[in-house]
Ligand binder design. Structure first.
Ligand code: HEM
Length: 129
């Protein structure tokens, strides 16, 4: 079993990679580039990284004894992760118009930034309430 610090490093590294890959794919999509055919690595690497991110998250929950539903901020992180995935799919694939894709891209980045702040502050309301 990996130590708490190793899991935390892994989790945070995966967060940085997920954000970088999402921004790269989002910008390429908005510019009308067919990145799926040009760089097949961009199709599978994000999935592999996101699986690792979630595995590290589960490992962290188990090692620190903090669980979604028991800790409000962790519940919000899980919901935020789902919202990020849905908005991300809209931005990269499902939205029908360029405007829709841009709106979904910005919303997905906003959700990601919120989840990072929730994690750092360990508070769903970011310590404001
Ligand atoms: C897009 C999704 C996610 C992002 C951006 C994210 C981000 C982060 C960041 C930046 C930290 C380090 C916070 C710090 O110690 O300063 C962290 C820690 C943590 N995350 Fe995530 N996370 C995500 C998903 C999840 C999910 C789904 C879970 C569910 C179990 C989770 C569980 C944890 C736990 C348990 C910690 C350690 C808290 C502690 O040290 O006490 N994360 N996360």
């Amino acid at each position: 079993m990996l130590s708490y610090l190793a899991l935390r490093h892994l989790h945070i590294t995966c967060v940085v990679i997920t954000a970088t890959l999402f921004i790269a794919r989002g910008v390429l999509t908005l510019r009308g580039c067919d990145w799926k055919s040009r760089w097949p690595v961009l199709r599978w690497l994000p999935h592999a990284n996101d699986t690792l991110l979630l595995a590290a998250a589960i490992g962290l929950a188990l090692t620190t004894g903090q669980y979604p539903l028991a800790q409000g901020w962790l519940t919000v992180k899980v919901l935020g992760l789902i919202a990020y995935i849905v908005l991300g799919t809209l931005a990269l694939k499902r939205a029908r118009t360029p405007r829709g894709r841009l709106a979904a891209f910005i919303a997905a980045l906003a959700v990601l930034a919120y989840v990072v702040l929730v994690a750092i502050m360990r508070s769903a309301t970011l310590g404001l309430l």
